[in-house]
Design a protein. Structure first.
Length: 223
């Protein structure tokens, strides 16, 4: 991808994700629903990761930023999956998954500390093999989260028959895929997935006539 295209796409995605994160945060403080809390935190991490991609588009490599990026793109998947799992209202599962998440997040932090990632920026794009320990730790974070997202998507649609919720779940799944594509070394698809994912999330969450969360989404989440 050309440097100008990388910068333009990542900057647009950063603006769109930041705006959606802001809307989700406002809705959490209004309704105090934990799903919105997890989704908003996940979207803020997503915006942070994309902001770092903007920096990387200039081929700027700073080890601590690369470590922060790899941590963010993994943990944001967890947060999005926790928002979806919270919809199931299964407290025992939520507690167990939270404990597991904290444990594997610590493992990921330690792996990034003791197996630092070198300069894997090529042409302004994050691309290159990760240290084995980092790849394993990232997989422990992202793969269970992606599985939870898919399962909760099926259950939510079966029980609620909400097309709006399908947009939300589809968006979180695509964003999650975007967060793991660097592991599979598909750099160009990373940015396409981010763009499609944020578009789906906007379609699911936002009523464009009011720029607020759709009533149908609120009904699905609050019931």
């Amino acid at each position: 991808m050309a440097a100008g295209v990388v910068f333009g796409s990542t900057f647009f995605i950063f603006i769109a994700s930041s705006a959606l994160a802001n809307l989700l945060t406002k809705n959490y403080f209004k309704a105090k629903n934990k799903s919105f809390l997890y989704w908003s935190l996940g979207m803020w991490l997503f915006a942070f990761a994309v902001l770092l991609e903007v920096v990387f588009s200039f081929s700027i490599y700073i080890p601590v930023l690369m470590g922060g990026y790899l941590f963010a793109v993994a943990v944001l998947v967890q947060l999005l999956s926790m928002g979806s799992l919270n919809l199931m209202k299964k407290g025992r599962y939520m507690v167990s998954y939270t404990v597991y998440s904290v444990a594997v997040d610590i493992f990921l932090l330690l792996s990034l500390t003791y197996s630092p990632v070198g300069n894997i920026i090529i042409g302004g794009v994050v691309f290159g093999p990760l240290p084995f320990l980092v790849a394993v730790a990232s997989s422990f974070v992202t793969f269970p989260a992606a599985f939870i997202l898919i399962v909760t998507a099926a259950i939510s649609y079966r029980e609620k028959k909400s097309h709006k919720m399908l947009y939300i779940i589809a968006g979180t799944v695509v964003v999650s895929i975007a967060g793991t594509l660097y592991i599979a070394a598909f750099p160009s698809f990373l940015y396409y997935a981010e763009f499609i994912g944020i578009l789906l999330l906007w379609m699911g969450f936002v009523d464009f006539s009011t720029l607020f969360v759709k009533k149908g989404v609120k009904k699905v989440v609050y019931n």
